[in-house]
Write a protein that binds this ligand. Structure first.
Ligand code: SF4
Length: 311
């Protein structure tokens, strides 16, 4: 069931996920499109998330945004960053502290070289989401180095938990706190409205193809069951509950929105296994998340290897 509508406030709205930042020329959303988008969200009872560009927006757009409850996703460098509900940054704009969740977009190589730079932020920001911009290039030779970086981060998180902090890092702490899948939900629980008045499965698809309807013609998601977990033959048997299960990445790498790539699965399983270790290590210091079951030990990194048991 749809729950969220993401509205891009500009053709050059920032990326807060795997897809590349738009290279479109900045062009703010027309006021009538924004108004109709807000009306659509109200009639469908959807929560709104507005995505901002790097630069300024017309005052009329900024005022219209304030006519309804919403969250603001903004670049850390935005002139309005103080109003953000989620800050998006790269290594160059990584804040020293933050009172809202932070999304760090990074290549794997930069992450491996610089992950220790996020240690200070872990203890002060309410949440840090690390999002890889080049998941498709993850190779099996990188398994051990990624594992090492997760282990070092887990060591820091353990230290913080023992010192009575509650850091949240999507790569490690989400899985400890989940009993079921909690994925992105693009095309299922959320859709995106672009400034051209068309709906898309997620911001990654904006500007490509016809989309999934428009404000004028209404919403029309072809084969919409394919975006649901129960129509994802591998994911529905998987327990990497924190995995984004990115449909855009899946379609890009396997040509099917409901068939994940090896890269996505192996990275998510390395994180799952590191979360297992972290949970067990924190529990050596005392009672921790007593309501959560232990995370099982498994002998695979890609659920595709177990397909004969599931399919
Ligand atoms: S790890 Fe792979 S199978 Fe599991 S939820 Fe993620 S994409 Fe689906």
């Amino acid at each position: 069931m749809l729950q969220y509508l993401v509205i891009l406030l500009d053709d050059a709205a920032i990326s807060y996920c795997h897809y590349s930042k738009s290279h479109a020329k900045s062009q703010p959303i027309p006021l009538d499109v924004l108004r109709k988008g807000i009306r659509f969200a109200m009639t469908e009872n959807l929560m709104l998330q507005f995505v901002y560009p790097e630069g300024e927006l017309p005052e009329s757009v900024r005022k219209e945004v304030e006519t309804i409850d919403h969250s603001k996703i903004m670049p850390a460098t935005s002139p309005y960053a103080a109003e953000a509900d989620v800050l998006v940054c790269g290594w160059d704009s990584l804040p020293q502290s933050a009172n809202v969740p932070v999304v760090l977009r990074t290549t794997l190589a930069d992450f491996l070289a610089r992950y220790k730079d996020i240690f200070p932020l872990l203890s002060v920001a309410p949440r840090l989401n690390v999002v890889f911009t080049d998941t498709e290039s993850f190779a099996d030779e990188e398994v051990s180095v990624y594992k090492e970086s997760l282990s070092a981060l887990a060591g820091e998180l353990e230290r913080l938990y023992v010192n009575e902090k509650s850091p949240q890092l999507n790569l490690l702490t989400d899985r400890m706190m989940l009993k079921e899948m909690n994925n992105c939900g693009a095309g299922d629980t959320n859709i995106t409205l672009a400034p051209n008045g068309k709906f898309y499965v997620c911001p990654a698809y904006c500007g490509t193809g016809e989309g999934i309807g428009s404000l004028e013609l209404g919403l029309s998601i072809p084969n919409k069951q394919l975006y649901k977990l129960d129509h994802a033959p591998l994911c529905r048997h998987c327990d990497a509950y924190h995995c984004k299960r990115c449909v855009w990445l899946s379609e890009r790498l396997t040509l099917e929105v409901n068939t994940p790539s090896r890269q996505q699965c192996v990275m998510a399983h390395l994180e799952r296994n590191a979360a297992r270790e972290l949970l067990s290590n924190i529990r050596k210091h005392g009672i921790f998340l007593p309501e959560m079951p232990e995370i099982k030990e498994i002998d695979y990194l890609d659920p595709f290897e177990k397909r004969d048991e599931w399919l």
